[in-house]
Design a protein around this ligand. Structure first.
Ligand code: SAM
Ligand code: SF4
Ligand code: FES
Length: 346
């Protein structure tokens, strides 16, 4: 099995069967994670990109079975930030030194292209890279948002298993999700995708397909998160056993196959393991997305239980995450961390 790790390190290529073998073998975990760390350092160096995350609406018209923001969850107080609040949080994020901002939210039709355009233009005037994560929209809408100034877009495929996806995301079409990714690429965004690891009914075969899918679509960023069951959703009784380690392994193999990719150490990882983001940074990740949303909103963006930082301020998180990054001998990037720049480093 160690030969497979060496092959992946040298050729950045594995077959589906080889990926499955790595995912199933627990005895190679340490070597696998270490190899991903080495590939990350060799190709893109030690800098960690910090992206200020603004969770600007928890209102969602979708009903994904795994997510606390799903429309049928009546146990959640809903909010949407005003344009002024969004710009205020973005301005403070820039003051913390963050060079890129992520605007993430439920699929909330209140935020029309017109409203988003006004917000995007004001954020872009702060001289940052702007990343949107607002779900499925039409080709024309994605194009208009790009023209307004958005640089990148995150939309996870969640799983490449079509039957599982359509069971867990009622009313949503897997084909449309994939079309969104193709449209975003064609329009010229840097595109992020990713998966939830540990979904009920998910197989290692489909996780291997996920990794190969990221390569096939030529993703610029891949966010891998462990699935964490939420009390207020139909999947409340699902297990969480093994999700953290498996998510780390999926992430590490993704790094081995795509050496210059942007890979975040996800918040969900740290929600399952108190050292989760540092472990992810030492297993292939090179990005962290500290929350810059303020006050009660943090608690209300309740995707899953145990979410970190819900009672902390953005300033506290800035100090906390910088300390963790420097504590493992890594540096904080001073660039916007675009994948294109990273590709040209090598
Ligand atoms: N609504 C947009 C979308 O779905 O693409 C963006 C916001 S959505 C809350 C961001 C991500 O949260 C989803 O892509 C999903 O992978 C993740 N998520 C939702 N529920 C989760 C859970 N229970 N555990 C871990 N991650 C979860
Ligand atoms: Fe809405 Fe996204 Fe949650 Fe699905 S994952 S319910 S689209 S916020
Ligand atoms: Fe928020 Fe550590 S990053 S408390």
């Amino acid at each position: 099995m160690k030969n497979l790790i060496i092959k992946a390190k040298e050729t950045h290529s594995l077959t589906k069967e080889e990926i499955i073998a790595l995912l199933q073998d627990e005895s190679i975990n340490e070597d696998l994670l270490k190899a991903a760390d080495e590939v990350r350092e060799k190709y893109i160096g030690n800098a960690v990109h910090l992206r200020g995350l603004i969770e600007f609406t928890n209102i969602c018209k979708r009903n994904c079975l795994y997510c606390g923001l799903r429309r049928d969850n009546d146990n959640l107080k809903r909010y949407r930030l005003s344009e002024e609040e969004i710009i205020d949080f973005a301005t403070k994020a820039v003051e913390y030194g963050y060079r890129s901002i992520v605007l993430q939210g439920g699929e909330d039709d209140y935020f029309t292209v017109e409203r988003l355009t006004s917000i995007i233009k004001k954020i872009k005037a702060l001289d940052v890279a702007l990343i949107l994560s607002i779900g499925e929209r039409s080709y024309e809408e994605y194009k208009a948002l790009k023209e307004a100034g958005a640089d990148r877009y995150l939309i996870r495929i969640e799983t490449t298993d079509t039957a599982l996806y359509e069971e867990l995301d009622p009313g949503m079409s897997h084909e449309n999700r994939k079309q969104c990714l193709r449209n975003l690429k064609e329009i010229g965004y840097e595109v992020g995708s990713g998966s939830l690891v540990g979904l009920p009914g998910q197989t290692v075969e489909s996780l291997a397909d996920d990794i190969l899918f990221f390569k096939e679509i030529d993703a610029d960023m891949v966010g891998i998160g462990p699935f964490i069951p939420n009390e207020d959703t139909p999947l409340k009784d699902a297990s969480v056993e093994g999700h953290f380690t498996l998510a780390l392994k999926v992430m590490a193999i993704t790094r081995l196959l795509m050496p210059t990719l942007n890979i975040p150490a996800t918040t969900a990882m740290e929600s399952l393991n108190k050292n989760g983001r540092v472990m992810a940074l030492q297993s292939g990740a090179n990005v962290v997305m500290p929350n810059v949303t303020e006050g009660e909103y943090r608690k209300l963006y309740a995707l899953y239980p145990g979410k970190i930082c819900i009672s902390d301020t953005p300033a506290h998180c800035r100090g906390c995450i910088s300390g963790k990054i420097q504590g493992i001998g890594r540096t904080i990037s001073t660039t916007t961390g675009s994948h294109k720049d990273q590709m040209s480093m090598h």
